[in-house]
Design a protein around this ligand. Structure first.
Ligand code: N7H
Length: 508
């Protein structure tokens, strides 16, 4: 594939922030609920959309609030919550769009039409991650998902009840609800294995700037109707399918649609929701028992699997680290907290200084998920597979004394049922989530032959192994993250929700 054509328009498109739903840029709230629903019939569904639309938040509102919040926080020296907001967004499955009799649905891509459960074989969701083991309503009919996000639990309850009242008024049935919340201090911002999360996020050209000084990614990688990294307008039928001899090729992806998405899809985005249960005890026991044979203590082996220390500090050298320092030997932030500063924490590549994975193993989670400047593929290929992650942890805190997980996933007790409500946004499921899950995470030969599986999220085999340089033992790993549900959604723009809600036959 030719290198990306980067034009001024690609870099700074004119995006209507009032149109795009707000969670694309990240609600960034400590309490969130994902509410799943089904419509009784098209008229009721459309009436619900028309009614709920005024409660939905836009990117403009979220960005303005976040700016104000930060300004007050900085000026008052980190004072307690001064301004608060509760946000709601709504997105629809393919069956939900059909239930609304939305026009132009033929042009939607095949993987979205099939839904996540039907994509299980391609995604590697097998054995204890197979749809047969998923919690209801996953794998069953879901028409829509609302995301409610608030600063505290009582605001979340109030926001959810407001939504539920509108659902009830229009005969919309709640088929599931997944509550998430950030972990309590001192683990706020960390996921359940203990790692700081939400550090490396792509900036979306024309919409967000990265505080971590990374180059913005073309808006067309996240939103429909804008030039992507290759200069093609996303959602149009003119995008050639990647050919087998290119690093963009995904044999698991169905052929891309030949037709353009309908006009109402502009400013929309595809959303992946995945309920990922984390076996914290299994992970902790593994790094404690396997570390010594690899010559590492448990914290260091854990860091090698992820590619960052639990503090968030990278295993690579960042600006200011001397060339003879090994930041993968012990957490450098203990001696120098500045490695966690925005201008350092993400300021590294892999290939130039660490081609052999001596610091960050090539199969470490963050290296698989964003190979940065790896060759192959080059940066321009990596940038065609970026996602905006918007997940939040769920479940109770881990207690070290708790028993091992039962073999049967259905028997995991509620108090041990914890993990990540993973959500991500992209303009193409095939090139975003599906590509990185199948071609990078699940692939033992990516980036290079024999590197191993992503230790955190690969799913397709119980025989997972991880190549740990320099001695390169293939460490055998259990699966500590199980898929317990998930679905594909489309997050339409606010004008599109008005249009879909207003008329039984909106113009295609
Ligand atoms: Fe991952 N973890 O705790 O190990 N992830 N992730 N992820 N993840 C990242 O930079 C984790 C999951 C990505 O640009 C960090 O935010 C866990 C899925 C991407 O450097 C940590 C789960 C997918 C990045 C974790 C999970 C991804 C990333 C480092 C599930 C996509 C950015 C902190 C339970 C299919 C890479 C950070 C970059 C980072 C963890 C899921 C993708 C600590 C526990 C399903 C793109």
């Amino acid at each position: 594939m030719e290198p990306a054509t980067v034009t001024a328009t690609t870099r700074a498109p004119n995006i209507d922030e009032h149109a795009v739903q707000g969670n694309l840029v990240g609600f960034n709230k400590d309490f969130q609920a994902f509410v799943f629903m089904s419509f009784a019939d098209p008229a009721n569904g459309r009436a619900f959309l028309a009614d709920v639309e005024r409660d939905l938040s836009s990117c403009h509102e979220v960005l303005a609030f976040n700016r104000l919040h930060k300004e007050i926080h900085v000026r008052r020296g980190g004072a307690t919550q001064i301004v608060e907001s509760t946000w709601t967004n709504l997105c629809l499955t393919f069956t939900g769009l059909q239930a609304l009799e939305a026009p132009g649905l033929d042009a939607f891509p095949e993987e979205f039409k099939q839904g996540m459960a039907a994509r299980a074989a391609a995604l590697g969701d097998i054995e204890d991650s197979a749809p047969a083991t998923w919690r209801p309503p996953f794998g069953q009919t879901i028409h829509a998902m609302a995301i409610v996000a608030a600063d505290n639990d009582s605001d979340l309850q109030a926001g959810t009840q407001r939504l539920q009242a509108k659902m009830a008024a229009h005969n919309v049935t709640q088929v599931g609800l997944e509550p998430g919340h950030t972990r309590p201090d001192p683990n706020r911002g960390h996921e359940h294995f203990g790692f700081k999360d939400g550090i490396s996020q792509p900036a979306i050209a024309g919409l967000t700037r990265s505080s971590k000084q990374t180059e913005p990614i073309a808006a067309g990688e996240f939103l429909i109707g804008y030039p992507d990294e290759d200069g093609n307008v996303s959602g149009t039928g003119n995008q050639p399918a990647p050919q087998p001899d290119t690093p963009d090729y995904n044999p698991q992806a169905p052929a891309p649609p030949a037709a353009d998405l309908p006009p109402w899809a502009k400013d929309g985005s595809f959303v992946v929701f995945r309920r990922l249960r984390q076996n914290v005890k299994g992970f902790n026991d593994f790094v404690a028992s396997e570390g010594p044979s690899a010559g590492l203590d448990s914290e260091r082996l854990a860091a090698k699997l992820v590619g960052r220390w639990k503090s968030g500090a990278p295993l690579e050298r960042v600006p200011g680290t001397s060339a003879d320092t090994d930041p993968s030997a012990q957490d450098p932030s203990a001696a120098d907290p500045s490695v966690l500063d925005d201008d350092k924490v993400n300021a590294f590549g892999f290939e130039a200084d660490d081609a052999d994975g001596l610091l960050t193993p090539r199969a470490a989670h963050i290296r698989k998920m964003n190979p940065r400047n790896a060759q192959p593929p080059g940066q321009e290929v990596t940038n065609r597979h970026r996602i905006a992650r918007r997940g939040i942890p769920f479940g109770e805190e881990f207690v070290p004394e708790e028993p091992a997980y039962p073999a049967d996933p259905a028997q995991v007790p509620a108090e041990q049922d914890r993990g990540l409500l993973f959500a991500c946004y992209q303009s193409s499921l095939a090139r975003g989530f599906e590509f990185i899950q199948t071609q990078w995470s699940n692939a033992p030969d990516f980036p290079r032959s024999g590197d191993g599986h992503d230790p955190i999220i690969s799913q397709n085999t119980a025989e997972r192994s991880f190549n740990l340089p320099p001695s390169n033992p293939h460490v055998a790993m259990a699966r500590w993250v199980q898929t317990t549900g998930g679905e594909y959604f489309f997050s339409p723009s606010l004008p599109a929700i008005r249009e879909l809600g207003a008329s039984p036959t909106p113009s295609a």
